[in-house]
Design a protein around this ligand. Structure first.
Ligand SMILES: [Zn+2]
Length: 72
């Protein structure tokens, strides 16, 4: 099959993963469990106070990430 857009997964540097926090595809970040957190969110999380409402959001997103994916 040679139909134009075959590159669903571009190789090398251009490979992007879905960040569990901002839910965008980013090229740079870290892996937590089976999930991916982009470097921007990682930085944000580190600089966010634990009493900041944003922090709760991050935790919520991370909990989703940490939970095993069970198909119902
Ligand atoms: Zn992100």
């Amino acid at each position: 099959m040679e139909v134009g857009e075959v590159n669903h997964q571009p190789a090398g540097n251009y490979y992007k993963e879905l960040c569990v926090v901002c839910e965008k595809n980013k090229a740079q970040g870290i892996h937590l469990y089976t999930s991916f957190i982009c470097s921007e969110c990682e930085r944000e999380m580190i600089s966010t106070e634990t009493n900041d409402p944003k922090y709760r959001y991050y935790l919520k997103q991370l909990r989703k990430a940490a939970e095993p994916q069970i198909l119902s």
